[in-house]
Design a protein. Structure first.
Length: 425
């Protein structure tokens, strides 16, 4: 096995030891009903590790509407046409068969923190003693005038959660005329997966280079500059996609006209495009907002970083993209996986009246494919700082690719298969 790939796989498993959950479980843990809402990188990992850290004694229920896990990381390869969605799809079956997790294929409609009951869309009521929510993000469609109508008309798509929209966006790309414009708008940070819009631009440009060379990708970025891996993306665009990608910073999209496919900008003149991949501002997933957990600007959830418990409601722990992150902590799939392990270990410790680990450590790795086979990465390590009660990046840890390569692409797929196994196997 490649040493770097082996390190990534082992590092994910070792975080549980850092979190300090070990030993035999007490009756409190055995009798507690622990419910997890959301089966993504955060929720599925939390459900699995609650069982592992408790020596398979915790009673864990996972509520997830989809029958299978579909990875958002790497889904831009589907937009570009070099991969299909089946290659990013993994069954949830092992969570129940191997780990004894009770699976409910449904969505949470309402949470009552006072009675500790969850009402599902089916009408079923699920009680809990400890609740973990990993709801991802909600797209604030009203932040762009006309976007909801344009989506209903099938004119605009986001494809910001891997699934049918990912396939539909590729179909729009393949149907676009040669000489057309594929427009991607980037909302002001924070948003889910900072490098993803720029990776998507690369995948679309790669497709255009081969099939529609008279076309181009237009990136309308509300931020002052590229939010992640900027120098690497600029270099790739100049060397591999000259004339195919146009990047415009400080371009805040305020409205869209579905009939004329016109994008209205806050400052500059209107823009027309053939394919409109408009990404609005984002917030914590709906269920977190409805439950009153989004106490940071009404958008994100503040948590206690030692156990990821919401600061708004006791016994509700929130993971992943939905939280108000610490400084330099990305909203990424890998980071959600790390949140889950710290939270799972802390919940097991709390239910056993053990001390919660006072110094958890998180790692992050993010691969961006700049062609169907070449990638770049950024990695970081985050240590809990007790004095400031937050995570801080560890100086000198992690790093950034020097340039894209095929080997980085292999590492990217190695990362994916390792984290999928860590989460779901």
């Amino acid at each position: 096995m490649n040493k770097r790939r082996e390190f990534l796989g082992h590092g994910m498993g070792m975080l549980g030891l850092l979190a300090g959950a070990s030993g035999s479980a007490h009756a409190n843990l055995q009798s507690a009903e622990i419910v997890v809402i959301g089966g993504g990188y955060g929720g599925a990992t939390a459900a699995k590790y609650l069982r592992l850290f408790s020596n398979n004694t915790a009673r864990v229920t996972l509520i997830e509407p989809n029958a299978s896990f579909i990875s958002c990381p790497l889904s831009n390869l589907v937009v570009g046409g070099s991969k299909n969605l089946a290659e990013l799809t993994i069954s949830y079956a092992n969570l129940s068969k191997r780990h004894g997790i009770k699976m409910i294929q449904d969505s949470a409609l309402q949470i009552d923190p006072e009675t500790k009951r969850i009402k599902l869309f089916s009408g079923q009521i699920v009680p809990y003693d400890k609740l973990v929510i990993s709801p991802g993000v909600s797209l604030l469609m009203d932040s762009i005038e006309g976007l909801s109508n344009a989506n209903r008309a099938g004119v605009t798509l986001q494809a910001w959660k891997a699934g049918p929209e990912t396939i539909a966006l590729h179909k729009q790309l393949s149907a676009m005329r040669d000489g057309g414009i594929f427009a991607i708008s980037v909302p002001e940070a924070p948003y889910r997966c900072p490098p993803a819009p720029y990776e998507r631009a690369c995948q679309v440009a790669s497709y255009l280079k081969q099939h529609k060379p008279k076309s181009k990708v237009l990136i309308l970025d509300a931020n002052q500059d590229i939010t992640s891996k900027g120098a690497l993306f600029r270099k790739v665009w100049a060397q591999d996609y000259p004339g195919l990608i146009e990047y415009r910073p400080n371009q805040n999209v305020i409205a869209v006209d579905a009939k004329t496919k016109t994008i209205k900008l806050e400052i500059d003149e209107d823009v027309k495009a053939d394919v409109l991949n408009l990404l609005p501002a984002m917030s914590a997933g709906d269920i977190a907002v409805k439950t009153g957990l989004a106490n940071s600007n009404g958008r994100w959830v503040n948590v206690n970083f030692l156990n990821f418990e919401s600061t708004a409601q006791k016994d509700i722990h929130v993971l992943g993209d939905a939280i108000q992150v610490a400084y330099a902590m990305p909203k990424s799939g890998h980071m959600a996986n790390q949140h889950a392990k710290v939270a799972a270990a802390a919940i097991v410790a709390e239910l056993n009246n053990w001390e919660v680990n006072p110094a958890p450590v998180l790692t992050n790795a993010c691969y961006s494919f700049v062609s169907p086979t070449q990638a770049v990465h950024v990695a970081s390590v985050h240590q809990y700082n007790a004095a400031e009660q937050t995570f801080k990046p560890v100086p000198g840890a992690g790093g950034l690719s020097s340039e894209p390569s095929l080997l980085e692409g292999e590492y990217g797929w190695g990362w994916a298969h390792n984290i999928w196994a860590d989460t779901l196997a």
